[in-house]
Write a protein that binds this ligand. Structure first.
Ligand code: 13P
Ligand code: ZN
Ligand code: NA
Length: 272
C-alpha cells in the first residue's frame, strides 16, 4: 500500500505511523531493528542535510537495501524539502513521499510552491506533505503561529496535498518547558478537511499527549532529536571508556540505545 493510501486509512481508523529520521547506516539500522522487533510499520525520513551528507544515490539505495534486509514495511520520505529542485529529484529517485516546506513563505506563495510539487508528483501517485502555520526550528526562539482550520481547509483544497503538517503547540528539538499540544485545535483542523495530519517536533512530547493527539486525528508522528541525542550520548559515554579504534565494535551500543528508544516510541504510538 502506498503511503498516501495508508495515511488516509489512518485518518479513518484513528491510528498513526512513526516517522523517524536517519543520518547514517547505524541510525538506519537502529530504527529498522525497532520496527522489526515490535512488528511495526515505519516511515524513514531523510532531511535535505542528510541527503547532502550521504548523497541522494547512497541515501536512497541504503534505505531501500536495508528495508529489504530487515524485512520491515517502511516508506521513504523527504523531510522538510525547501529546495524545489531537490524535492523533484527525490520524487524522480523513487521516494514514496515528500514534504514540500514553504511554510515560511506568505500563504499564496506557499500554495503556489506546494501546488507545483503536487502537480509534479501526480504521475507517481506518491504522498505529498506540506506545512501551514509555523513549527519553530532548532535553536530558534519559540515563535508559534498556530494553524487555522479555515486556512488549512483552503490550503488543502487549493494545493491537493494528502498530508498536512500542523502547528499545534509542538516545536523541533527539545523543549524548555513541557509542551502543551492544542488537542481541540487538532480535532477542529482534522474535521475541516480530507488531508491526514502530521505532528512535527515530537521529541520531548510526553507519551500521553502523543496518544491524545492521535485520538484527535494525528496520523504521522515525526521524531528526530531524541534519536540523535540518545545515539550520541551513548557513543560519547562509550568513547570515555575505550580507545578501541574498531568502529564496528564501538558503534553497536549507541545503535542499541537508539533501538530501545524507538521501540518504546512505537509501542506508545501503536496503543490503539
Ligand atoms: P524533533 O526533532 O523534535 O523530534 O522533530 C522532528 C521533526 O519534526 C522532523 O520533521
Ligand atoms: Zn519537522
Ligand atoms: Na520536539
Amino acid at each position: 500500500m502506498g503511503l498516501k493510501e495508508k495515511l488516509k486509512q489512518n485518518k479513518q481508523t484513528g491510528r498513526a505511523l512513526l516517522a523517524t529520521n536517519f543520518y547514517n547506516f547505524e541510525t538506519l539500522a537502529a530504527v529498522l531493528t525497532a520496527a522489526r522487533d515490535t512488528n511495526s510499520e515505519l516511515i524513514l525520513q531523510l532531511s535535505e542535510s542528510s541527503i547532502h551528507y550521504m548523497g541522494l544515490e547512497v541515501a536512497t539505495s541504503l534505505a531501500r537495501a536495508a528495508i529489504l534486509q530487515y524485512g520491515v514495511k517502511a516508506w521513504l520520505h523527504l523531510d522538510h524539502g525547501q529546495d524545489v529542485e531537490l524535492v523533484k529529484r527525490c520524487i524522480d529517485a523513487g521516494f514514496d513521499s515528500v514534504m514540500i516546506d514553504a511554510s515560511e513563505k506568505p500563504f499564496a506563495e506557499n500554495i503556489a510552491i506546494t501546488k507545483e510539487i503536487v502537480d509534479y508528483a501526480t504521475e507517481y501517485d506518491i504522498n505529498v506533505e506540506a506545512e501551514l502555520g509555523y513549527i519553530s526550528k532548532l535553536g530558534q526562539e519559540q515563535k508559534m503561529i498556530y494553524t487555522r482550520p479555515d486556512e488549512a481547509k483552503e490550503f488543502v483544497e487549493a494545493t491537493g496535498i494528502n498530508a498536512l503538517a500542523v502547528a499545534v503547540g509542538s516545536a523541533h528539538g527539545f523543549y524548555k518547558e513541557t509542551p502543551k499540544l492544542q488537542l481541540e485545535l487538532i480535532g477542529e483542523i482534522n474535521k475541516a478537511m480530507d488531508a491526514a495530519l502530521v505532528l512535527h517536533g515530537s521529541s520531548g512530547i510526553p507519551n500521553d499527549q502523543l496518544q491524545r493527539a492521535i485520538k484527535m486525528g494525528i496520523t504521522k508522528i515525526n521524531l528526530a532529536t531524541e534519536i540523535k541525542n540518545i545515539f550520541m550520548k551513548s557513543l560519547q559515554e562509550t568513547l570515555k571508556h575505550t580507545d578501541n579504534i574498531d568502529l564496528r565494535q564501538v558503534f553497536p551500543k549507541a545503535t542499541s540505545a537508539a533501538t530501545a528508544l524507538v521501540s518504546a516510541k512505537l509501542k506508545t504510538i501503536n496503543f490503539s
